[in-house]
Design a protein around this ligand. Structure first.
Ligand code: CO
Length: 566
């Protein structure tokens, strides 16, 4: 039995991760403000209320200013520190941003009320964390260095301890073990937390997990017994499923073992009653159908959100029946790609690539632009090296780099400011919103100025990957037998590699890739099929004169003849 009266601190995730996991991030600022003072008084260590997907969703779907949300929460929550999830050099987006953008973002977040920054990188590459950690410290906030937890031959306790030491040297005030998929077992938590506490006794360890596989509450207990000082929970209505464990239950479990939590049960009950009521309005119909425990995670370790993405991508391709093959392919693709943890944005990169590996019939015959950039080093160092031959193939002519990716970026703030039309912005924060999500922010600024309806709820969890595919012999795909073939003129056909939309150019306003009737060379990109948010260049299957049969903007099905080369 542990020493009595040890205090275990609890971070409340209700205002960020919980509704991102359960309500597709649809909690509104007004929803939060009505209950914020009650949460503030409940005795939590911190309130995670910003970052992750909330920023994008605020502007894109809710027509709210995320900075305004932060300021208003801060006005009400005077007692409990506010916490955010910061994706290292990716800030809150899906690519690396230059240091000047990152620094100004952190400075303004602190100025608007942020206290604790949980800084993570999908690859656990410390070079992607160093600037973020430095800026958080520079502006006087709390820097929490994060270990993204996953399992693989290279994700050993010894390597995690090495990473933790690096995070400490970057200024980490505390450490977080981020178990985004809910795959950390009690036994593994005991080993990992124990090793971290032993190696770095003066750096408190916090544990973040999801109830997806049903293990998180038991794992938290093991972590606490091994020396973790803080855990992440959500109020029970906003807990469980793919969200955090329920705070009421964790409080009871901890107190039964002699730990103190300092939480006020009466206030928590009031907060819970509030969200039980709000749930009727805000919970999307699709999440009401989710199973309480996804035991499959125990087998394949794929986060629940990722499986629903794979399902919708396959449905678009009329290939939902191939999900078992994709689930089998995914761990293989992940191993090929150096075992990245599956978290934004690597979860999308590995997921989409696995779908393409299955649908194309030949692994890596179609490669997304994100996979190319990932393999070439533009996301950082992969946890394990990619086999040199495969790395070269995947990079597809892109220059392979081994430096910190952000070192290659020009400063971006002044450029962003100069791009904004006069009269668009109201404050410097708007420039940062634009730097992170240009189209979304412009759309929001326009709406703010002119008013208009709130956009229809598309329930899109992983918006914005915007990946593009480059086909390596993509046109070679065999036609699907279920698609009737139209009568075609004689010659070598160019077939649609996927279901999607046919385009003659690879970007709006760009010239056609091949003019109708032009002479083309075999292997040259001649047109595009957009599918799964990817632009897939289709290559000429022979040399000769090309005649297009499909029309620009037309929906096409896999195997359909797009053009004939004679
Ligand atoms: Co989480």
């Amino acid at each position: 039995m542990k020493a009595k009266h040890t205090k275990i601190r609890i971070t409340d995730t209700t205002l960020r991760d919980a509704h991102q996991s359960l309500w597709a991030t649809r909690m509104r600022t007004d929803d939060i403000l009505k209950i914020a003072s009650e949460i503030d008084e409940a005795g939590y260590y911190s309130l995670e209320c910003w970052g992750g997907a909330t920023f994008d969703v605020c502007m894109r779907f809710l027509r709210e200013n995320p900075w305004q949300r932060l300021r208003e929460i801060k006005k009400v929550c005077r007692k409990t520190p506010l916490q955010m999830l910061l994706r290292g050099q990716n800030i809150l987006g899906y690519k690396h941003y230059p240091d000047d953008v990152l620094e100004r973002f952190v400075a303004l977040a602190v100025e608007n009320g942020m206290d604790i920054f949980r800084v993570f990188d999908a690859l656990n590459d410390p070079r992607n964390l160093e600037s973020a950690m430095r800026f958080v410290k520079k502006y006087g906030a709390h820097a929490q260095g994060t270990i993204c937890y996953t399992t693989s031959p290279v994700h050993t306790t010894a390597n995690y301890v090495k990473l933790a030491r690096r995070l400490k040297s970057l200024g980490a005030d505390t450490l977080c073990i981020k178990d985004m998929a809910g795959i950390l077992t009690p036994g593994a938590a005991r080993e990992l937390v124990g090793a971290l506490v032993k190696a770095l006794p003066d750096v408190p360890v916090q544990v973040h997990s999801h109830m997806t596989s049903g293990m998180a509450a038991a794992m938290y207990m093991a972590a606490v017994e091994s020396g973790a000082g803080c855990i992440d929970c959500a109020v029970s209505t906003m807990s469980s499923f793919s969200s955090q464990p329920p705070v009421e239950s964790m409080k009871a479990i901890l107190e039964s073992e002699g730990y103190e939590t300092g939480l006020d049960s009466v206030r928590i009950a009031r907060v819970n009653a509030y969200f039980a009521d709000l749930k009727k309005k805000r919970q999307p119909p699709s999440s009401a159908k989710v199973e309480p425990v996804d035991a499959g995670v125990l087998v394949h370790a794929i986060p629940g959100g990722m499986i629903s993405n794979l399902r919708s991508q396959l449905a678009q391709q009329d290939a939902l029946d191939r999900l078992p093959e994709v689930l089998e392919e995914l761990p293989k693709a992940r191993a090929d790609l150096g075992y990245p943890p599956l978290v934004t944005p690597t979860s999308q990169i590995v997921g989409v690539q696995s779908v393409l590996n299955v649908l194309s019939g030949k692994r890596y015959s179609m490669v997304t632009d994100e996979t190319r950039r990932y393999a070439a080093g533009y996301y950082g160092a992969t946890p394990a090296p990619i086999a040199p031959k495969l790395r070269k193939q995947l990079a597809g002519g892109l220059k392979v780099i081994d430096c910190r990716p952000a070192d290659l970026l020009e400063p971006g703030l002044a450029k962003c400011a100069s791009e904004l039309p006069a009269g668009t912005i109201k404050a410097e924060e708007d420039i940062l919103s634009y730097a992170l999500f240009p189209e979304v922010a412009l759309d929001y600024f326009k709406w703010r100025k002119n008013g208009g309806p709130i956009p229809a709820d598309e329930e899109e969890r992983d918006s914005g990957l915007g990946a593009r595919v480059s086909g390596l012999g993509a046109g070679d795909s065999k036609p699907a037998t279920r698609n009737p073939q139209p009568e075609t003129p004689s010659g070598t056909p160019v077939l649609a590699p996927l279901n999607g939309t046919f385009y003659r150019s690879d970007a709006p306003g760009k010239p056609e890739m091949a003019a109708d009737g032009a002479a083309v060379k075999a292997g040259e990109s001649v047109c595009v099929v957009e599918a799964m948010k990817l632009f897939n260049p289709v290559k000429a299957t022979a040399a000769g004169k090309i005649n297009f049969l499909a029309k620009h903007g037309q929906n096409v099905t896999k195997g359909m003849v797009l053009a004939v080369i004679s």
